[in-house]
Design a protein around this ligand. Structure first.
Ligand code: FES
Ligand code: FES
Length: 183
């Protein structure tokens, strides 16, 4: 007997999309396979690594722990939705690119969505708060030092008061001291 399918509407990155899927379809799979939004990555599928993180009504959610049918009537934002309206990189994306916080990039979408949500709640994080923001996401390639720098840089870029002088100060203040962030 074939599995019962449900026709639902999902609002993703400001666009309403209609999909037909089984009730057990995970949101991560629905985004990737039903909607073709492959920017959301799947690592552990157990809610541990954070690679699948998307924003649901602005809050970071592990898409591998949520059924797609549970996301009806929410506003979902994936990494594809973090660009500016003109298609250029958003501040968090730009900061990660500038600070070379990533190597293979597999974990990147989860970091970008997580940091976006965290900076909305705390636009001016201290160094420790910036470290805390990424402590729940796993990256197997880096030591997190540049990722933390990227968070601090993203906060600068998103700040309307940001200017070039601020950029110079930022460069001067960068420390090469090792950072250990254990998620
Ligand atoms: S794939 Fe969802 S937390 Fe790892
Ligand atoms: S850059 Fe490779 S897992 Fe993070």
């Amino acid at each position: 007997m074939s599995e019962e399918l449900h026709r639902i509407r999902l609002s993703v990155n400001g666009v309403t999309r209609e999909v037909e899927l089984p009730a057990r379809r995970l949101l991560s799979d629905a985004l990737r396979h039903d909607l073709g939004l492959t920017g959301t990555h799947v690592g552990c599928e157990h809610g541990v690594c954070g690679a699948c993180t998307v924003l649901v009504d602005g809050r970071p959610v592990r898409a591998c722990l949520m059924f797609a049918v549970s996301a009806v009537d929410t506003e979902i934002t994936t990494v594809e939705g973090l660009t500016r309206e003109d298609g250029s990189l958003g501040p968090v994306q730009q900061a990660f690119a500038e600070c070379h916080g990533l190597q293979c990039g597999f974990c990147t979408p989860g970091f970008l969505t997580t940091v976006t949500a965290c900076l909305r709640e705390n636009p001016h994080p201290s160094h420790d708060e910036a470290r805390e923001m990424v402590a729940g996401n796993l990256c197997r390639c880096t030591g997190y030092q540049n990722i933390v720098k990227a968070v601090e840089r993203a906060a600068e870029l998103a700040d309307p008061q940001h200017d070039d002088q601020h950029d110079d100060q930022h460069d001067d203040q960068q420390s090469d001291a090792p950072v250990e962030v254990q998620p």
